[in-house]
Write a protein that binds this ligand. Structure first.
Ligand code: ADP
Ligand code: MG
Length: 275
């Protein structure tokens, strides 16, 4: 890189540094691939140094499957949602605890203060036939806001808490979007294992609500991508200015997305041409 190119990169970043200073960014991580966690931790440390308040929400599907296998339980899905009984929720809690700790340790190793912020999602049973799958009633945002003010990165496991302290299994993308809206975050960024929304083999840099709904209906957006796209739609509809899907396996994906003009991945927008 020539000196000119180097200075251009710094100058290009400045408006973004100004825009996000002291603002909240909610980042959802898959939480399984170690490379994703490593990449993200380094980038989050950078965001923190730039004065950005970061909340991390993690997922953990594949690791839950492994844990259930050890317990001789075959995972069961109904319309893409994991049927969850008492045994499954115990396994889910155990895995989430492990992933949460892994994430916090990574952040701490980069000099970032991190705290387990699980337990602030109030939930109730979604549907009888899904067992302990939860529907979010509200986010107890005061504690999360307090941690942010104290310069911590709250690391949230997607567990819902119901009456009598009943734990519920919640989709992590959904949890991240509700938290982003509750905290009036400036941005929701969902990291995953693909570049973004792909339709017929090509990456869409933007997708609007109407097109997203249409492509879900057609089956071109399916499985784990559905809750992601829906989470981003929910965020943008509820005054979160920006919602993105990016590939967490790309080194420094978060920095590229936040601090460069072109960005990467797929941005979910209200209407095409209304960016
Ligand atoms: P995560 O662990 O990040 O939540 P998921 O497996 O739940 O990941 O969701 C991401 C997956 O969604 C992708 O790996 C891909 O297989 C699937 N997917 C379905 N439809 C699409 C699409 N249109 N574009 C990209 N990925 C899609
Ligand atoms: Mg998923």
């Amino acid at each position: 890189m020539t000196p000119n190119e180097k200075t251009r990169v710094l100058i290009e970043a400045l408006p973004y540094i100004e825009r996000y200073n002291n603002k909240i960014v909610v980042i959802k991580l898959g939480g399984n691939a170690m490379s994703e966690i490593k990449n993200a931790a380094e980038d989050i440390a950078f965001l923190k140094r730039m004065g950005i308040k970061v909340v991390v929400v993690h997922g953990g599907g594949p690791e839950i499957d492994k844990e259930l296998k050890k317990m001789d339980i075959t995972p069961k899905f109904i319309n893409g949602l994991r049927y969850t009984d008492e045994k499954v929720i115990k396994a889910v809690e155990k895995v989430f605890h492990r992933i949460n700790k892994r994430m916090r340790n990574r952040l701490k190793s980069k000099g970032v203060k991190a705290i387990n912020a699980t337990g602030y999602i109030k939930a109730r049973q979604k549907l009888q036939e899904l067992g302990l799958v939860g529907e979010i009633i509200r986010i107890d945002k005061q504690k999360l806001a307090k941690y942010l003010d104290l310069d911590y990165v709250p690391v949230v496991s997607p567990l819902g808490i119901g009456t009598g302290n009943q734990k519920y299994n919640i989709n992590a993308d959904t949890a991240a979007s509700r938290i982003a809206v509750a905290l009036a975050a400036e941005k929701l960024t969902i990291l995953t294992n693909v570049d973004g929304v792909m339709i017929n083999g090509s990456l869409l840099p933007h997708i609007d609500f109407k097109t997203a709904k249409k492509e879900i209906k057609k089956g071109n957006i399916n499985k784990g991508m559905i809750p992601k796209v829906e989470a981003c739609i929910y965020a943008v509809k509820n005054q979160c200015p920006k919602a993105h899907l990016i590939n967490g396996l790309v080194p420094h994906a978060l920095l590229l997305e936040i601090f460069t003009d072109k960005g990467i991945g797929t941005e979910i927008v209200y209407k095409n041409g209304n960016k």
